[in-house]
Write a protein that binds this ligand. Structure first.
Ligand code: GLN
Length: 487
């Protein structure tokens, strides 16, 4: 068949295949490969097929169809779905069925997409490897011994393993882009406010965004167009028109000024990744773009700033899991004695170590006597990082650098060393702190055959420009056509 949503849609229109046939094909692949990859936390074959049947019937009856009609889409299990449990990868919400659908899910449904499953993640999206899921880790389809990245590891792996064509992840500090990098697909974190967060279970509200993952820039554009836009139910969503990202993909790159972030090519970057991005820069220059060196002097404070801000917000957001309103409640009898003991027992039993670590770090940073030294200072540095981007975008149209310091690492390699795990996010947290859009896309492979990814940043609301560059690159190269051979 095809692994492009744009081509699949063409095939539907030409009568080459039906939505039921294609949905069945994806379900067959899930049956064959999911036991090796573990990208999903739930799959509902009957519902998916029933939805596909509806699309086929509508088509036969000549009714108008949405832009994702019949396309199998997976949704990260941090995004509320009324008909499916939404676990956040946590024992705390193992049986939680939200009373409403997230706005992005409503939009997928209105576009006639087929929701094929809910994907695995690090618990409450805290992590960079999906090893912190309470329900088992996701394996990287390129090498099952390696991690798929995180926290949207399932979202990236299900696309890489051809078990869904498109998927929705969330990105607070890199959780779409880093797994996209490790799994060799495209992942885009939109501008803060571009996509509604209603129904996205909060980790760090000033950083969280929902965004698309796919093989191609074309498909990424299609999915972003579908989910973006103002939502009166999310006061942080921007009241701005959504441009047609698909329509500007073919605009020429001639004269586009691309800032190469010099700070990101210094210590700590794997040599093969550096080489691959140099080759990409050469390609961009040949295509008429103008690369020029740029510095983001405060970017080295990114990790420290991010982990204070994100943990502080998390400690506040996760206070709602008190075992009284919803969530896991301990069955330990001692806890029946008093409320405090019930809270403590329930939270101790249901939350994983990484989540507890963040809650403790954040609570500490926000507590009286430390607030100014940690939280307030972090906000000031965040401002400086933002200013770095603003001055860079006065000189250049886009910024380019690596997505990750290394290719996918082995499972277990960093899970006992939180700091080395946090350092994975060194190039990704900046876009969240500054609120700007960034896209990760494959641009090479290591000697061991693992995907290498480049990252492009744009000024706020310039997602179109990012996708334009990736599309042009993909139109002339083959990296996005490489597939893992795990099966
Ligand atoms: N890896 C980062 C963290 O652990 C980012 C997570 C995310 O973007 N949700 O916080």
């Amino acid at each position: 068949m095809t692994d492009s949503a744009v081509e699949l849609t063409r095939g539907f229109k030409e009568g080459k295949w039906t939505a039921v046939e294609t949905t069945q094909l994806f379900l067959d692949r899930i049956n064959a490969n999911e036991s090796k990859v573990h990208a999903f936390l739930s799959v509902d074959a009957d519902r998916a097929l029933a939805d596909a049947r509806k699309v086929d019937e509508k088509r036969e009856a000549g009714e108008s169809l949405g832009r994702l009609a019949g396309i199998p889409v997976a949704v990260k299990d941090l995004i509320c779905t009324q008909e499916w449990t939404t676990t956040c990868g946590s024992k705390m919400l193992e049986t939680y069925r939200p009373p409403y659908d997230a706005t992005v899910v409503e939009k997928l449904q209105a576009a006639d997409a087929i929701l094929i499953g809910k994907t695995n993640l690090d618990e409450f999206a805290m992590g960079s490897s999906t090893e912190h899921s309470a329900f088992g880790r996701t394996h990287n389809p390129w090498d099952l011994e390696r991690v798929a990245g995180g926290s949207s590891g399932g979202a990236a792996a299900c696309v890489a393993a051809d078990m869904a064509l498109l998927s929705l992840g969330t990105d607070t500090g890199g959780s779409i882009r880093q797994p996209a990098a490790f799994c060799g697909v495209v992942g885009l974190k939109p501008t803060y406010g571009r996509v509604s967060r209603r129904g996205l279970i909060a980790f760090a509200s000033s950083l969280d965004q929902i965004g698309p993952l796919a093989w191609t820039a074309e498909d990424t554009a299609l999915l972003l167009e579908t989910i973006a836009g103002h939502d009166p139910a999310d006061s942080t969503s921007a009241p701005r028109e959504v441009p047609s990202y698909s329509d500007t993909l073919n605009q020429p790159l001639k004269g586009l000024r691309i800032g190469i972030i010099e700070d990101h090519f210094e210590e700590g970057l794997n040599h093969e990744i550096s080489q691959a991005i140099q080759t990409l820069i050469q390609w961009l220059e040949d295509a008429g773009a103008i690369p020029e060196p740029v510095r983001l002097p405060h970017s080295r404070y990114g990790i420290a700033t991010y982990y204070v801000v994100a943990s502080s917000e998390a400690s506040s957001n996760l206070a709602r899991y008190d075992a009284a309103h919803y969530g896991y409640r301990t069955s330990n009898e001692d806890a029946a004695e008093n409320l405090e003991a019930m809270y403590e027992r329930s939270r101790s039993e249901a939350l994983g170590n990484e989540v507890k670590r963040r809650i403790m770090l954040g609570t500490y940073a926000l507590s009286s006597g430390y607030y100014d030294a940690y939280y307030l200072n972090a906000l000031k540095v965040r401002r400086l990082i933002r200013d770095d981007f603003e001055s860079a975008f006065q000189k250049v149209d886009l910024l380019l650098g690596p997505t990750t310091p290394s290719a996918a690492f082995r499972a277990g390699e960093k899970s006992t060393d939180p700091l080395s795990m946090y350092l994975e996010d060194i190039y990704t947290v900046l876009a969240n702190l500054a609120g700007v859009p960034a896209v990760a896309f494959p641009c090479g492979q290591t000697g061991e055959g693992l995907p290498i990814s480049a990252q492009l940043w744009g000024p706020a609301f310039e997602e179109g420009r990012l996708l334009q560059v990736v599309h042009q690159f993909q139109s002339h190269t083959e990296w996005h056509k490489k597939r893992p051979s795990f099966s």
